[in-house]
Design a protein around this ligand. Structure first.
Ligand code: ATP
Length: 354
């Protein structure tokens, strides 16, 4: 199912817009994540797609048809919430079959279909247990099976993994990806976890204050963030930033001036900027054309590499280094990166100068 949101507005108090002129298209079979900080309006957006909230203005379309007046039960949607919301007195099988019971599907068919959904999420063998006798990951699977048992055309997932520990999270992430691809179902995931969005989604809508700031593939968001907000939100470890300025078509940062490629950056206007560089672009020593000096503050070992934390002026930079290289705390070191890997943002508006 293709989902379109057109010029959507939603307010809860008639004063401030929780959602403001939101536009979004999710193609049939696509996996889209709504990503943003707490309170930016992700859940509100999702509940409008589900029909639980009504927009104050704008149109929601499923396969080109306006569904604004359609009740949630008629929207052909499966949902999974953070809390799972399982029925404690029912068995796993009864929980999964419940939506079919509500639809008055005959018992034999109900059980057959519930078993098939349970198999899909690898719960066969646990069908007679009650939710209280399951681990968090297993409960999550029940919630997922219950959401897909009606064979909905749309799957809505609201922070489905946030109650799981780190290892289970990664396991369930892979499960969700597999099930989504197997069913080919249009899916919308609400999350504040950029890593979750980056690993699962075909496209991510980065939201802030009720608006979509950028809607792109994970690779594009990583490579070409449209503004400072997206740049600092996407990537682990995060992008490094330092204040600078453009003057006479040159970049001044950390006490030095650099000529940059004018076809790559808009250098026409003198202005304060924030320069950004991803940790993996930086190398220890002088290999790149932009060179900086800093004081070693901390060295973290992550197995395959070291993450070196360096203080440069008032800023903190992190980069990866070979595990064989030693760094002395408090010592001054030089590091560098290619100017082509640089991101520049207008310090006032946050817009990228690329
Ligand atoms: P979180 O990650 O914390 O769930 P979110 O991005 O999903 O955040 P929403 O839950 O959509 O954000 O909330 C956006 C704003 O709308 C918040 O300021 C919230 O308080 C407000 N809001 C949401 N639902 C209601 C409601 N039913 N009544 C009043 N205000 C609401």
């Amino acid at each position: 199912m293709r989902i379109e949101l057109k010029n959507i507005y939603k307010s809860f108090d008639k004063k401030t817009n929780t959602i403001e002129n939101l536009n979004l298209t999710v193609e049939d079979g696509e996996f889209t994540a709504l990503l943003g900080p707490s309170g930016c309006g992700k859940t509100t957006t999702m509940l409008m797609i589900a029909g639980i909230y009504k927009p104050d203005a704008g149109e929601i379309r499923f396969n080109g048809q306006n569904v604004n007046a359609l009740e949630p039960k008629d929207r052909n949607i499966g949902m999974v919430f953070q809390s799972y919301a399982l029925y404690p007195h029912m068995t796993v099988l009864e929980n999964i079959a419940f939506p079919l019971k509500q639809k008055k599907v005959p018992k034999k068919e109900r059980i057959e279909r519930a078993k098939k959904a349970a198999e899909m999420v690898k719960l066969d063998g646990l069908l007679d247990r009650r939710p209280g006798e399951l681990s968090g990951g297993q409960q999550q699977r029940v919630a997922l099976a219950r959401a897909i048992v009606k064979q909905p055309k749309v799957l809505l997932l609201d922070e489905p993994l946030s109650n799981l520990d780190a290892r289970l999270k990664i396991e369930m992430r892979a499960e969700i990806a597999r099930i989504q691809k197997e069913l080919g179902i249009t899916t919308i995931l609400v999350t504040h976890d950029q890593e979750e969005a980056m690993t699962l989604a075909d496209r991510i809508a980065v939201m802030k204050d009720g608006r979509i700031i950028q809607y792109d593939t994970p690779a594009e968001l990583y490579k070409n963030p449209k503004n400072y907000f997206v740049a600092q939100f996407i990537g682990t470890p995060p992008m490094n930033f330092i204040k600078g300025r453009i003057a006479d078509q040159q970049l001044q940062i950390a006490g030095k001036s650099y000529f940059l490629n004018r076809s790559e950056f808009d250098l026409t206007e003198d202005r304060e900027v924030i320069a950004g560089v991803r940790p993996h672009e930086i190398q220890f020593g002088r290999g790149g054309d932009i060179r900086m000096k800093g004081t070693v503050e901390l060295v973290e070992t992550v197995g395959y590499a070291k993450i070196v934390n360096v203080k440069v002026e008032e800023e903190h930079f992190r980069f990866f280094a070979n595990t064989a290289t030693s760094f002395l705390y408090g010592s001054e070191i030089e590091f560098s990166f290619p100017s082509a890997s640089l991101h520049l943002f207008d310090a006032r508006t946050g817009a990228s100068l690329k």
